[in-house]
Every structure is written in C-alpha cells, then in structure tokens.
Design a protein around this ligand. Structure first.
Ligand SMILES: [Zn+2]
Ligand SMILES: [Zn+2]
Length: 376
C-alpha cells in the first residue's frame, strides 16, 4: 500500500518539510532517498486516494492506529542530570531550562536533550504496558502490531489492522483515554474510594483495568518505601498519614481488609496504582489521523541512530546504544563544547568539556547532529 501513503522529508539545512510526495513502489522510494539524501524521512500513517494532493484534496481512506512513547514525556529524574543548555555566544554550559546565559546575558540558548539507559528502559516499560492494553483490552493480535525504536529517546507503535483503519479522531481519543486511565472512576472497578459504606470488591482475575488496579494497589502498599512511591504518597496524604500507613503495612498485608483503611488513603493508593498501570502515550500523535511517522530503518537526523524496526520478542534486550548504531567505528576528530558521559557499543566516553577528541564516527555524528561539537 506504499502508493497510498504520503511521504515527506527534511533535507540538511532546510527547516521546511518537503511533503505531499506519492511513490508507486519501494524502488521509487530508494531512488528518492539516494537522490535527496534526506536528514529525516517520514510517511503518513494514513492512506489516501491522492497522497500527492494538498491536504484537503487527498481523500482520506483510513489510517493505522499509532502510538508514540517518548522518554521526554515521562518526567524522569535522570533528565535533570543529563539534559543541558549551551550559550550560542559564549559557549557557557548552562542548566537545561535556562532562558538567558548567566555568563554573557545572551538569550541565544541551545537546549540539548540527552538520553541514558534509564530513559530507554523506562520507555520500554511503557511500551509493554501499551502492548498489554492493545492485546488484552482491544483484542489486537501481536502479529498486527509493529514496534520501532524512534532513533532518539522513544518508541513508535503501529497497529496495522484494517478493522481499525476507519476510526475517527473521537474514537482514537477514547482509546487513548482508556490507556491513560483518563477520567477513570474506580467505583466502576469495584473500588468506591469515596463511599466507605460500600464494600470494596477487587477482582484479580479481570484482564483490564479492574484486575490491573487490584494487583497494582497491593504493589503500591508493598512498595510504600520505594522512593518514587513514598514521595508521591506523601504528596497526596501528608507525612503523618504516610508514617501511620507504613506502621500498619505489614500487619495489613498479612490480612488485607480494604474497609479498615480510611477513604482518603484508599483513594491515594488507587491514584498511584492508576499512574503505575497507565501507559504514557502521547495523545496528540494517536488522535492525529493525518500524522507523518518516521520511516522505519532510516537514520534519525537528530542522532544519526537507526530508527530500527524491532521484533516484539527482542524488545526487552534491545540496546539502542549498540544495536541502533550504524555509522562507522573509525575515529573522527571533533571539537566538543560539552558532552555528558555516554556508553556507546560497550565503551564509556566523556564527559568532555571544551576539548578536541578523537571518538568513533558514530559518536561524532551524534554530537554533530546535536550541535554540541564541530569537526576539528
Ligand atoms: Zn553566554
Ligand atoms: Zn535519562
């Protein structure tokens, strides 16, 4: 169905996407790539009668159901440690959210996102949660689902199932609401958090939200002392209530009776359970029925890494810092403004600050793409 897709690309140097391109077959695609050597290349998730026509004349025939999971949207604490900014004028190294250089006062700031193993591993967990929803709640067979590494900090998931092609924006929004647990009322899942006189009836065998909440609520209580749970719990119920809960935790777990917990405590536990269960997909991507997606197995121009198509059973082991590296290993000399440390192909590099260094070309390309180094 390549002939029904719209293609688009960015060239090196130009900031406007060349789009509304129609290609008849894979060899036309290869020829185009060879001719224009794009920095980024995309195709539509949608199928059109006339892919080359302006938007309003394309005649939309349906679209794959797509999802985007990006570590950037997961509120990760590692982000603070590794993201940074650089002043374009005096080249000072600045905290990531700086808007003005604290050395020279310039507002020409280059924000640089970095990626680490934690970013990737956390994004993977979100992918697994999403796959669980797609397979169990929506009955989509794994054979219809494809997962691609984005080439940067996340994953793209596409469902290619004709039965779903005609879903409109509203239906796709309902799917994202379900996966994100937006507007979820625990009372409909056996947990009337605000009505203490109703019995709480957890159902651990249920395959959807009901069962997930039941299991995860226990995990939350068990993991009360884990820093990320403790912190969020204290924010919801305060330090005093949290300490009290921690004191009774073991005896409660030995003989769990939900009715013995105060409604506000149950509510907080369920709030955290929802946060654990949902998959943090980007709603805008899924509900946009004209979205362009990065073409799988092409280079991401922000990193020089391969936006690699993955097999579902290899996702867990997937390490982009070696498996998505396709540029040569031989050394290139670069003048690096700043680079946090990174492990690529099993070797640690950096951190570097204002240095001229010989690094493997794949790492040099990453730095050049990010604009934090120049060829020496
Ligand atoms: Zn400056
Ligand atoms: Zn990270």
């Amino acid at each position: 169905m390549i002939e029904r897709r719209e293609f688009g690309y960015f060239t090196f140097g130009q900031k406007v996407m060349v789009r509304h391109i129609s290609l008849k077959n894979p060899s036309e695609l290869f020829n185009m790539i060879k001719k224009v050597t794009p920095l980024h290349i995309y195709h539509s998730a949608a199928y059109y009668q006339y892919p080359q026509a302006p938007m309003e004349e394309k005649v939309w025939l349906g679209a794959e159901l797509i999802f985007d999971i990006d570590a950037d949207h997961l509120n990760l604490s590692c982000k603070e440690n590794h993201d940074f900014s650089i002043c374009e004028d005096c080249r000072s190294l600045l905290p990531s959210k700086s808007e003005r250089c604290n050395n020279c006062g310039s507002v020409r700031i280059r924000r640089t996102d970095w990626v680490c193993e934690n970013c990737i591993e956390t994004a993977k967990k979100e992918v697994y949660k999403l796959l669980d929803f797609l397979e169990k709640d929506f009955g989509i067979p794994s054979s219809k689902i494809s997962v691609n590494f984005s080439g940067n900090r996340g994953f793209h998931i596409a469902v290619n199932d004709e039965k779903l092609f005609m879903l409109d924006q509203t239906s796709r929004k309902e799917i994202t609401d379900h996966i994100l647990g937006s507007g979820l009322d625990p009372a409909y899942h056996g947990i009337p958090v605000n009505r203490k006189h109703y019995p709480i009836t957890f159902d651990y065998t249920d395959a959807s939200w009901k069962g997930r909440l039941a299991k995860t609520a226990f995990e939350v209580i068990k993991g009360l002392q884990k820093p990320n749970i403790a912190e969020r719990m204290i924010r919801l119920i305060g330090k005093r209530e949290y300490s009290k809960l921690l004191q009774i935790r073991d005896s409660w777990l030995a003989s769990p009776k939900w009715e013995t917990l105060k409604p506000n405590i149950v509510k907080a536990i369920i709030t955290l359970a929802v946060e654990e269960v949902r998959s943090m997909i980007d709603t805008i991507v899924t509900t946009d029925i004209h979205r362009l997606l990065r073409l799988a197995n092409t280079l991401n121009g922000k990193t020089g890494f391969l936006a690699k198509k993955l097999e579902l059973d290899t996702l867990e082991q997937f390490n982009p810092f070696s498996e998505a590296v396709v540029m040569p290993e031989d050394l290139s000399e670069v003048r690096i403004i700043y680079m946090p440390k990174i492990n690529v192909c099993g070797e640690w590099y950096g951190p570097y600050r204002n240095s001229v260094v010989r690094v493997p070309t794949h790492l040099a390309v990453l730095l050049l793409c990010k604009g934090i180094a120049t060829l020496a």
